[in-house]
Design a protein around this ligand. Structure first.
Ligand code: 0WD
Ligand code: CA
Length: 380
């Protein structure tokens, strides 16, 4: 932590430590022993249907069907005529997770400290994707982030805010980029069946509104976390281990033809893949490697527990311990800064590559994100 130079001892009332004003993201600072990360436990699931409506069940869960290692999937098929794309200009913030919390309050490990006070019993509520961004921050050189945090009834809610740069990128995607974003979803369709004994329907419509999400609880060092992440499919074997260990993450990536491409894949892409699946305890990734024309030329399975071994020979490579220690220190930083328990106050944490993490405070602003229906529901 970098101490606020202006907050000298004489200004302090009690004996409390002043909150630091910024947090460094330099990787070397986080090279210490791996922090405690409790095995993630699935506490619930939810589904979003083709209209993006919420259901407190697993109706959108799909089943993994082994494609073999040399399939001939054409990922371009259906882009023009069988694709319904979610409107990514609509910002849903934490709404779906909050809906899940309202529907499952009793299932949560809630603490009744007195007759009246009843809290969630977790320190942080967020999306898995936001934590992935935190894990990769010490190695990120391209994209910054903005995270809005509000404290409500002792829990810190953390919701991403789109940066100006990200908005400009989103609004100016090339036609080629738009199509390539479809390829990942088309790959899922080639691999996933809707029913445990079914087969994939490669002629169907790809609708990216549909989602199946797991809700997991875990602890990173002293931080109790509750987060949700989208899950692509599960092992269909009924003897498979219970969730999240039965889940399979699907990915596509450009085929690797040169040693330079292999090195870049290890140093940059595997970092993001590892962070995303390690967080919820998803044990394997099935990757489709495709050529320039969107044809999958090979399929390979990556076991999350083996990725750190796989990358160890790369020069100047990322380290899981740096990712986890940075995330843990960031969460401590947030706890030290966010003191006012008020859903209308947002502490906006901002980071740009080659800079430190800083924050600003906003009262009744455009950044307020906890909806009235949630506040009302939790107060009753
Ligand atoms: O409000 C926001 N800023 C965000 C909301 C940013 C990211 C996600 N979300 C919400 C959406 O409601 C979505 O249903 O998160 C859900 C997925 O959450 P997550 O699992 O925490 O997100 P992440 O790990 O980044 O992405 C998982 C998958 C992606 O798969 P790949 O293999 O490409 O990583 O979720 C999809 C995508 O298929 N996805 C999204 N779906 C809806 N909205 C989004 C998004 N913004 N980003 C990725
Ligand atoms: Ca995926």
């Amino acid at each position: 932590f970098n101490e606020d130079p202006s907050s000298q001892k004489r200004f302090r009332a009690g004996g409390e430590t002043p909150a630091p004003r910024s947090l460094s993201t330099r990787a070397q600072l986080y090279e210490r022993v791996f922090p405690q990360y409790r095995q993630p436990v699935e506490v619930g699931v939810f589904s979003l249907d083709s209209d993006r409506a919420f259901f407190n069940d697993s109706r959108q869960l799909r089943y993994y069907v082994d494609p073999g290692n040399k399939p001939n999937f054409n990922l371009r098929d259906g882009y023009r005529d069988r694709f319904i794309k979610r409107d990514d200009g609509v910002k849903e913030k934490l709404d779906h997770i909050l809906r899940w919390i309202v529907a499952n309050r009793s299932k949560l490990h809630s603490t009744h400290t007195s007759s009246s006070s009843c809290t969630l019993g977790v320190d942080f509520v967020t999306w898995r994707g936001h934590l992935t961004k935190l894990l990769t921050t010490p190695y990120e050189t391209q994209e910054g982030w903005l995270l809005a945090v509000s404290k409500f009834r002792g829990t810190l809610y953390m919701s991403e805010v789109e940066t100006e740069a990200a908005r400009v990128n989103r609004e100016n995607r090339t036609e080629r980029h738009e199509e390539m974003m479809y390829w990942g979803y088309k790959f899922e369709q080639y691999i996933c069946a809707d029913d445990v004994n079914g087969v994939p329907d490669r002629g169907g419509v790809v609708n990216t509104n549909e989602a199946f999400c797991t809700v997991v609880q875990t602890r990173l060092a002293e931080h109790k976390l509750l987060f949700s992440g989208e899950v692509d499919c599960r092992d269909k074997d009924p003897r498979a281990p219970p969730a999240p260990a039965c889940y399979v993450e699907l990915k596509t990536s450009a085929e690797i033809c040169t040693p330079k491409q292999r090195s870049n894949f290890h140093r940059f892409k595997l970092l993001k893949w590892w962070a995303q699946s390690f967080l919820p305890g998803v044990p394997r990734i099935v990757a489709g490697f495709r050529d320039h024309d969107g044809v999958v030329v090979s399929v390979e399975t990556f076991h999350i527990s083996k990725i750190s071994q796989l990358i160890k020979n790369e020069y100047n490579c990322w380290k899981p311990t740096v990712c986890m220690n940075f995330c843990s220190d960031f969460l401590s930083f947030v706890k030290s800064v966010v003191k006012e328990d008020n859903p209308r106050v947002v502490y906006l944490f901002a980071w740009e590559p080659h800079r430190e993490v800083t924050y600003t405070v906003h009262r009744d602003s455009q950044y307020t994100f906890l909806p009235d229906w949630y506040i009302k529901e939790m107060a009753s």
